[in-house]
Design a protein around this ligand. Structure first.
Ligand code: PDD
Length: 287
C-alpha cells in the first residue's frame, strides 16, 4: 500500500523522500542555531521499542526550550510508523527532530512560524553485546542542561571523534573527576553486586535504556545506587556497561588503554540477557 519499499526513508513537514534526496530550508532554525530537540529509537520488525518513553522525553525537551509543537502524539506516531513501514529492514534506527521554526536569523524566538518535523529511518543491526569495548576519559565541557536532548551536540561530536581516533567506542565524560555519562550513552558500574550510575539530574541525559536496566536490576534483586562515581571508582569497577538505544548494554574492558573490569562477568551477562528478553517481549507486545 505504501508503494516502494526503500532502504531508508526521510520525511520533512509532510513530504517523504529517500534520505539522500531529502532537503530542508536553509532558514530552518535547526540549521544555523541547532534550535531544536531530537529522539532516536529502535524499530524491530516495524514495531517501536519504548515509544512512549521517547515521546515523553521529547515533550520534556520541547517544554524546556519553549518550542510549541501542537502535533498530538497520535499524529506524530502515525508519521513515524509510516516512515518505519516504508523501510524494508526488520531492524531500524529511527531518528526524529523538532525545530522551533523557519525564519530569518535572529537569536530571540521569531514572531511567527511553526515547528518543523524531520524524520529518518534506516536499517541498523542491533549491537553485538559480547566483546568488551574500549573507552577514553575526557572532561565534560557540555552545558548545564544535559538532561535536554538538544540538537547542540558539538562537545559530543568532538568527544566521539577523539574516541574513534584512539580506537575506542566511546568517551566517558567527567566533571572534576566525577563521571557523568558518555558522548552518546550512559555509563553503569557494577561493584560488589551493586549496580551504580549517576543520578538523573542536569548532568546526564535520562536514558531510556538506563532506566530499563535499573528496573531490570531491581526485579532481579540487584541493589541499585543512583550516586555519581569518580574516575578512580570507575577504574576499580567489577564491570562497566555503556547503555543507549543503539548500544543496549556494551561491556567496557579498557579505559585509556588500561585493562579494567572482567571481575563479575556472570552478573554482567545476566543483566544483558534480561535486558534483551525485556526488549524482545516489549516488541512482541506491540503487535
Ligand atoms: N543517544 N546520553 C547521551 C548523551 C545520549 O545522547 C544518549 C542517547 C544516551 C542514552 O539514551 P537512550 O538510552 O534513551 O538512548 C545517554 C542517542 C542514541 C543518539 O544520540 O543517537
Amino acid at each position: 500500500t505504501l508503494g516502494r519499499i526503500m532502504e531508508n526513508i526521510g520525511y520533512y513537514n509532510g513530504t517523504f523522500a529517500p534520505m539522500e534526496q531529502l532537503s530542508i530550508p536553509a532558514l530552518d532554525r535547526g540549521v544555523y542555531f541547532g534550535d531544536g530537540v531530537y529522539e532516536a529509537l529502535r524499530v524491530e520488525r516495524h514495531r517501536f521499542f519504548a515509544l512512549k518513553e521517547h515521546l515523553s522525553r521529547l515533550r520534556d525537551s520541547l517544554a524546556f526550550l519553549r518550542i510549541a509543537f501542537p502535533m498530538t502524539d497520535e499524529a506524530l506516531t502515525a508519521i513515524l510508523q509510516e516512515a518505519a513501514d516504508r523501510v524494508d529492514s526488520d531492524s531500524q534506527q529511527l531518528y526524529f527532530q523538532v525545530t522551533r521554526a523557519t525564519a530569518m536569523r535572529t537569536h530571540s524566538f521569531p514572531e511567527s512560524g511553526e515547528a518543523n518535523l524531520l524524520v529518518f529511518s534506516r536499517g541498523v543491526p542491533l549491537a553485538d553485546l559480547t566483546d568488551y569495548r574500549r573507552v577514553v576519559m575526557l572532561a565534560d565541557t557540555r552545558w548545564g542542561h544535559c538532561n535536554i536532548k538538544s540538537l547542540n551536540l558539538i562537545p559530543s561530536v568532538l568527544a566521539a571523534q577523539a574516541a574513534k581516533e584512539r580506537g575506542c567506542s566511546e568517551a566517558v565524560f567527567h566533571r572534576d573527576g566525577v563521571v557523568s555519562e558518555c558522548s552518546s550513552s550512559n555509563l553503569l558500574l557494577l561493584k560488589d553486586g551493586v549496580l551504580r550510575t549517576a543520578p538523573a539530574d542536569e548532568r546526564i541525559l535520562p536514558g531510556v535504556t538506563r532506566a530499563h536496566f535499573l528496573m531490570i536490576a531491581r526485579e532481579l534483586g540487584v541493589p541499585v545506587d543512583e550516586t555519581a562515581f569518580t574516575l578512580e571508582e570507575m577504574l576499580d569497577a567489577d564491570e562497566l556497561m555503556i547503555t543507549s538505544t543503539s548500544a543496549h548494554g556494551l561491556p567496557v574492558g579498557f579505559v585509556d588503554d588500561k585493562p579494567v573490569c572482567g571481575r563479575d562477568e556472570a552478573l554482567l551477562r545476566k543483566l544483558q540477557k534480561a535486558y534483551r528478553e525485556f526488549f524482545w517481549s516489549s516488541i512482541e507486545a506491540n503487535a
